[in-house]
Write a protein that binds this ligand. Structure first.
Ligand code: ARG
Length: 258
């Protein structure tokens, strides 16, 4: 009986050693963590910005890409870049993903791939509060328009006959130029203008006219990276299904658009 007990104990000990060995082996064999190198241009609240005195990226896009990364098994690393540098950084392979309230356009689609759209936006005109001459885009002819480099707002500004267009590196500088009287108007994305006005900008500025044609935002990826765009779309669909997307949407925009 005693012998049997000792034998059983020996077998048990051998087993646990074997198991421990297996566990260790498993760890070594585990796939290295996938990294998603993300870039954004953070002068675009509430989509991407840095709170005063903080280096951390915050906003709707930032929450969304972090949630997508988590869902798809990527470690998300976010860096700051000029808006006009995002697409070149994607095509050269310096980054994997650009998320920056970037509108899906035919022109951009020639060089990069977009994920499924995740937000419907559009351009709007902002002027100083005391300006009563500018009511529509036609009133901007020959006027000074401030905008951000490389954006659809810049493209729209340049389409205005005789307009003197000043394109800035950041959206904040364009709004500042208007405030300082260096420009007669800003053309920018409506939700960003709305947020700016709600955050106190309405003391000095206002919007005029309606939102110009709808633009949809997409997450941009290198054309060759078909796996990544598939992973992003799959993860986004899952986040929409499990309510996480709506939760993030509510955090930044209040009620959920259906
Ligand atoms: N939606 C516009 C575009 O795609 C403006 C985007 C600007 N984004 C930014 N993060 N500054 O051109």
């Amino acid at each position: 009986m005693k012998k049997l007990l000792i034998m059983m104990m020996a077998v048990l000990a051998a087993c646990s050693l074997l198991l421990a060995g297996c566990g260790g082996g498993e760890k070594k064999a585990a796939a290295p963590e996938k990294i998603m190198r993300v870039a954004t241009e953070p002068s675009f609240a509430p989509f991407e910005f840095q709170k005063e005195g903080s280096k951390e990226f915050t906003g709707f896009d930032m929450d969304l890409i972090r949630a997508i990364g988590k869902q798809a098994g990527y470690k998300v690393e976010i860096q700051n870049m000029g808006f006009d540098a995002l697409i070149p950084a994607l095509t050269s392979g310096n980054i994997d993903v650009a998320i920056a309230g970037m509108s899906i356009t035919e022109e951009r689609k020639k060089v990069i791939t977009f994920s499924d759209p995740y937000y419907t936006s559009g351009l709007i005109i902002m002027v100083n509060k005391d300006n009563n001459d500018i009511k529509t885009i036609d009133d901007l002819k020959g006027k000074r328009i401030a905008c951000q480099i490389g954006t659809t707002g810049e493209k729209k500004s340049r389409s205005v006959e005789g307009a003197k267009v000043v394109a800035f590196n950041t959206q904040s500088e364009a709004s500042m130029e208007l405030k300082n009287g260096g420009a007669d108007a800003v053309i920018n994305d409506a939700p960003v203008v709305g947020y700016y006005l709600a955050q106190g900008g309405d003391k000095v500025a206002k919007t005029v006219g309606e939102v110009m044609e709808a633009e949809e935002y997409g997450i941009a990826v290198n054309k060759k990276n078909t796996q990544l765009v598939q992973d992003i779309n799959k993860a986004m669909a899952e986040l929409k299904k499990n309510g996480e997307f709506d939760k993030i949407y509510k955090t930044w925009f209040g009620e959920v658009k259906k």
